[in-house]
Ligand binder design. Structure first.
Ligand code: ADP
Length: 625
């Protein structure tokens, strides 16, 4: 007997011990595997003349053997070679997910199963033993794979008349908690197919026994067993929207895109015109675990008149909408098109641009009509939209700027730029913002207090990318973005400006000494009107803000930049007079004060101090006096 690969074993274990409570979905998973296998064969037959399949023979068959508790799912799809059998069923394709789980032990197991897609292994939720007999198209050997679960599996050679795959499940005995016998009841199976697999494009056939009026009699009945097709075979996306239940969309989404949660939003469209197509798009309710990593592959499945031609066509989605899952089906695309040619295809470009507009409009609608839902979306994928603004030198900023939200000091919640502007006074020219790690920390920034006091609204930027987004936008609706921690906010009256200017000139020598005491780490020292209660703050001048300096210097490159920092002192704080006095009377103490004040300002700004011991000693010295 062969062992499963370690990670598969663990997943199997989870599966059998059934944290995943929705056992019935195993049927949907096996049927969709069967359908995929037929898809592959059919697609090959269209592009390779040597492969001959008769379209009307393609089908999936279900069979129930009540006496032996067996349920069989067979297909005449592409089948598997011995190696494929080994590779596909002996381990899980996406073992990265399990590594992720190990790194995130606290997450619930169910999350992880969701991330895998429950797939073939789900058959172990309902069976004691699983047998797979398969013969790959174009080969003459058939193989049998059997397993009773975690212990391992066997592969032996066997015989099979036709190519394709037959999976036989030995259904578990009923327990107190669960009636497994449902899965060998034809009525249950029939309704499960209707519920989960109705849209499968190939007929799903099963012998069904129904009570019928005996021929020639009008009151005698008999049981008649006939093979019936259980599914409507209309792809979900080709069905009339009004006839589709939410449950159908959700189940389709979950099985097709390996998610264990329902999508946040379904966008189903049918477009007729120059290029006709149908698309079924889903906005997930949560970002996949690898979403913000290199591993994540965006794209939509591409069908040509119901035939899958590509699993993930990345050209159909711009990067900033890369979170969208779904498919596009167009009769106007040629089946024989290669990946390279597809990129150049005019039809495809047109579809892609329509889809982009559609997604954008849907998001804008959601923002307008269902704010809570939009905020949920934004929490998951807002970062992607912000990156979309920032990337490509701001090429897409116009499309995306109205979909972005920031926390507002006035409203205490997330708002759009448009909402900010609509709350401005007529002659206000600036959109104020402040950066920091959290909303609370920004709230405590000395510079923020004064601006709020003057009645202005401030946007709080808490994500590292935020300020880069603002710098890319440069303006919104003709208003300038102003960082409240940057130089010259221009809030004073002319008179106030004059008096401050004079004050600073009068104390020029004192400030020069302070600069010297600080080893010229700051470009300037001066009094300010910017502060209300706090004694000091740091502001930056020039293109690089203090927040940007933090972000860039934290990046794993050699690049280091420094913002031009200015130490500002609140001229109406008692410390101002104290400094002036010390400057005249005690230069040594003056130096200590300068160093302590500067350290304070750095700490408030979220910057580290280079000489913590020295500063701590200075403070202690003052305290003990
Ligand atoms: P997934 O479908 O997510 O890839 P599964 O565990 O369900 O994961 O299946 C693993 C692989 O086994 C499939 O990708 C496919 O290559 C192969 N497979 C499963 N069922 C069949 C089948 N009925 N016919 C041919 N290949 C199959």
């Amino acid at each position: 007997m062969k062992q499963f690969k370690a990670e598969s074993k663990r997943l199997l274990d989870l599966m059998i011990n059934s944290i995943y409570t929705n056992k019935e979905i195993f049927l949907r998973e096996l049927i969709s595997n069967a359908s995929d296998a037929i898809d592959k064969l059919y697609y090959n037959s269209l592009t390779d003349k040597k492969i001959k399949v008769n379209k009307k023979d393609l089908c999936i068959k279900l069979n129930i053997d009540k006496d032996n508790r067996l349920l069989t799912i067979s297909d005449n799809g592409i089948g598997m070679t011995k190696e494929e059998l080994e590779n596909n069923l002996g381990m899980i394709a996406n073992s990265g997910s399990l590594k992720f789980k190990e790194e995130n032990e606290s997450k619930k197991d169910i999350d992880i199963i969701g991330q895998f897609g429950v797939g073939f292994y789900s058959s172990f939720m309902v069976s004691d033993k699983v047998e797979v007999v398969t013969k790959a198209y174009g080969t003459d050997k058939a193989y049998k794979w059997t397993s009773k679960g975690v212990e391992g599996y066997n592969i032996t050679e066997t015989s099979k008349d036709d190519y394709g795959t037959t999976i036989t499940l030995k259904i578990k005995e009923d327990s107190d908690e669960f009636t497994y016998s449902d899965f060998i009841d034809s009525y249950t199976i029939e309704s499960l197919v209707k519920k989960y697999s109705d849209y499968i494009r190939y007929p799903i056939k099963m012998n069904v026994t129904r009570r019928e009026l005996k021929k020639g009699s009008d009151n005698e009945y008999e049981d008649v067993t006939k093979e019936e097709i259980l599914n409507s075979m209309i792809p979900l996306w080709k069905k009339n929207k009004s006839k589709i239940k939410e449950e159908e969309y959700n189940s389709f989404y979950q099985s097709k895109f390996y998610d264990y949660q329902d999508p946040l939003k379904v966008i189903h469209t049918s477009v007729e015109g120059m290029t006709s197509y149908k698309s079924l798009l889903f906005i997930p309710s949560h970002a996949p675990y690898d979403y913000y990593s290199k591993e994540y592959e965006k794209g939509l499945a591409l069908y040509s008149n119901g035939v899958l031609i590509m699993d993930k066509c990345s050209d159909l989605l711009p990067d900033y909408f890369g979170f969208v899952k779904g498919l596009v089906d167009s009769d106007d695309l040629s089946l024989n098109i290669s990946r390279e040619m597809l990129q150049q295809d005019r039809q495809l470009k047109l579809i892609a641009s329509n889809i982009e507009k559609k997604i954008k409009n849907e998001l804008a609608d959601m923002l307008k009509s269902d704010r809570d839902l939009y905020e949920k979306f934004f929490k998951e994928f807002g970062m992607q939209l912000k990156m979309g603004i920032y990337n490509d030198y701001g090429m897409h900023k116009d499309e995306l700027q109205d979909l972005i939200l920031f926390h507002s000091s006035k409203e205490g919640k997330l708002i759009t730029f448009k909402e900010y502007v609509s709350g401005m006074n007529k002659d206000d020219e600036n959109i104020y913002y402040a950066c920091g790690e959290t909303i609370d920390k920004i709230d405590m920034l000395p510079q923020v207090e004064k601006i709020k006091d003057k009645g202005y609204n401030i946007l709080y930027l808490t994500e590292y990318i935020d300020e880069f987004v603002i710098k890319t936008l440069m303006q919104y609706d003709g208003k300038n973005f102003i960082n409240v921690c940057e130089n010259d906010l221009n809030l004073d009256s002319e008179e106030e400006k004059e008096s401050l200017k004079k004050l600073n000139e009068d104390n020029k020598d004192m400030f020069n000494l302070m600069k010297e005491n600080l080893n010229n780490e700051v470009a300037d020292v001066r009094f300010t009107h910017r502060l209300k209660n706090h004694p000091v703050c740091l502001v930056s001048e020039g293109p690089v803000s203090i927040e940007m300096q933090k972000v860039i210097n934290a990046m794993p490159t050699d690049e280091n930049i420094n913002a031009k920092i200015i130490l500002e002192i609140n001229d109406s704080h008692p410390i101002a007079d104290k400094l002036k006095k010390l400057y005249k009377e005690d230069k040594e103490k003056f130096e200590s004060y300068t160093k302590i004040l500067y350290s304070q300002a750095r700490l408030i700004e979220g910057l580290s101090i280079d000489n913590p011991t020295e500063v701590s000693n200075l403070i202690c010295e003052l305290l003990s006096k």
